[in-house]
Design a protein around this ligand. Structure first.
Ligand code: PEP
Length: 259
């Protein structure tokens, strides 16, 4: 019998927040998610200037924290970049890499994303590797080719042991921040494809956590997380409202108990 995979809920704050707002959001998340984080994995990926704040407010709490991007380098003349080791010094354990906003606005290639994933692993962080197709790609029937190639770029750079430590977030670009989530069936179909792709590299990789991201809200989270290959969510807009984020965490816990 296969081992039951744990559910994850990770917030991506993007470039939102200020010290005062963060303080109250983190306080609510620490109180509310602290209890569910025993049963599921909960995390928040914050803008890097707030790492010290999140480290201080979540100290001793099972909620994890991380960053939204990292450099492919460890040191040097790379103005504006942040090394994975720097984030780790502030207790970060997660690093989002390859978010579609970075691929689109910063021309990040799948090869660059793969090297960021490797760098995160080297620093002891769990990379959350984002992949996903645009609306035009979906309409052209190339979703599997696109996400397959994005995943393969990462898998080809990592050993099986390293690949076993990544998390993959399937985030259809057309569903991010649009309020238009993929249906549970659409998301499940892609997740099943990705799980098979991972297993093809090595059977042990069938257990890699596969999160769905794109307009997850309290009212669709349970249906999405109830799908057999969806191991939780990467949450943008709804992670900025503690009530919504906590309701999504509760849905992940309920989906995990229903399995
Ligand atoms: C994201 O940007 O990772 C995301 C999932 O955003 P949203 O939930 O707002 O669609």
């Amino acid at each position: 019998m296969s081992k039951q995979r744990v559910k994850w809920v990770v917030g991506n704050w993007k470039m939102h927040g200020r010290l005062a707002e963060n303080a109250s959001l983190l306080q609510s998340v620490a109180q509310g998610a602290g209890a569910v984080a025993e049963a599921i994995r909960v995390g928040v990926c914050v803008p890097t200037p707030y790492l010290a704040q999140v480290q201080s407010q979540l100290a001793g709490n099972p909620v994890a924290w991380g960053v939204q991007d990292i450099s492919t380098y460890t040191h040097g003349a790379y103005t504006g970049e942040v090394a994975a080791e720097m984030a780790a010094e502030f207790g970060a354990t997660l690093a989002i890499v390859g978010h579609s906003e970075r691929r689109a606005y910063h021309a990040e290639t799948s090869e660059l994303v793969a090297s960021k994933a490797r760098r995160a692993l080297d620093a002891g962080l769990t990379p959350i590797v984002c992949i996903g197709e645009t609306l035009a790609e979906r309409e052209a029937g190339t979703t599997e080719a696109v996400v397959g190639a994005q995943l393969d770029a990462v898998l080809s750079l990592l050993s099986v042991d390293e690949a076993a430590r990544i998390v993959v977030a399937y985030e259809p670009v057309w569903a991010i921040g649009t309020g238009k989530s993929a249906t549970a069936e659409q998301a499940q179909e892609v997740h099943a494809f990705l799980r098979a792709r991972l297993a093809k590299k090595d059977a042990s990789l069938a257990g890699v956590a596969l999160l769905y991201g794109g307009s997850v809200k309290p009212d669709n989270a349970l249906t999405l997380f109830g799908q057999p290959d969806i191991d939780g969510g990467l949450i943008g807009g709804a992670s900025l409202k503690s009530e919504d984020f906590l309701a999504i965490c509760a849905a992940a816990k309920a989906a995990s108990e229903a399995r």
